[in-house]
Design a protein around this ligand. Structure first.
Ligand SMILES: C[S@@+](CC[C@H](N)C(=O)[O-])C[C@H]1O[C@@H](n2cnc3c(N)ncnc32)[C@H](O)[C@@H]1O
Length: 223
């Protein structure tokens, strides 16, 4: 796994790209990013859930999750970039669901929430830039209620060796342009959730051949 970008530099990249992030991410992933978000929400969110969207960015996943959770649901949008959260606030207000939402900023590696407090914890494409993705996954686990669900989508390596060779080349080039790479690289976090006893209830690979995503839902043990 490639080393992560420095956290301060990463935050200023996201602050800078916030207004064009949605377009840029959808463009480079040919819209498969939104398919991943929809899939996770479909599999993990139920009516009335209290949801954490961790590394929420501009709120795309939280908006879908609130639609599914209905008026009795609620969401906390958590991110380190004030620029991304400002765009999220605007979108949430435009959707008319501000009364169901809280915004918090901070570091995903040290979440300011008690243990076992969310029905569902979602992270779409926000484990990819983390300095320590496995530690990030353990934080998602910690704040999920007993028997609750953790839904993650992240970049993964292409399975085809030729495609992986090309993807590595593209990643090396793009890594020199932080406003395009957004500090994202292929990660793996499922094993750290399995290690702490989660049951894996859904997995799916999707995305374009050069930029595939891995989507999964894990259930925290009920006791
Ligand atoms: C690729 S974007 C994904 C945003 C959104 N979840 C989505 O589906 O489009 C990654 C997000 O993670 C946030 N992020 C990265 N590292 C973080 C950290 N250590 N703590 C909190 N947020 C972080 C970034 O600010 C950015 O908004």
């Amino acid at each position: 796994m490639r080393n992560a970008m420095d956290r301060g530099a990463l935050r200023s990249v996201y602050d800078r790209v916030a207004n064009r992030y949605d377009f840029q991410h959808a463009f480079f992933t040919a819209g498969s990013d939104q398919r991943g978000r929809r899939m996770l929400v479909d599999k993990a969110v139920s009516l009335g859930n209290r949801i954490l969207d961790c590394g929420s960015g501009t709120g795309s996943t939280a908006l879908l999750a609130l639609e599914k959770a209905g008026p009795s649901g609620s969401a906390v949008l958590f991110d380190m970039s004030d620029g991304m959260l400002a765009v999220a606030k605007k979108r949430i207000a435009e959707a008319g669901v501000s009364n169901q939402v809280e915004f918090k900023s901070g570091d995903m590696l040290s979440l300011p929430f008690k243990d076992n407090c969310f029905d569902v914890v979602l992270s779409t494409y926000s484990m990819c830039p983390l300095y320590d993705p496995a530690a990030g996954a353990r934080e998602l686990y910690r704040v999920t209620k007993l028997g609750g669900l953790i839904g993650v989508a992240h970049s993964t390596d292409p399975k085809n060796p030729a495609m992986k060779w090309m993807a590595d080349g593209v990643e090396s080039l793009v890594w020199h342009i932080p406003s395009i790479s957004l500090g994202c690289r292929s990660v793996s976090v499922l094993p750290s959730l399995e290690q702490v006893g989660c049951e894996i209830i859904f997995t799916k690979n999707l995305g374009i051949p050069l930029w595939p995503f891995f989507v999964f839902v894990a259930k925290k043990p009920a006791t």
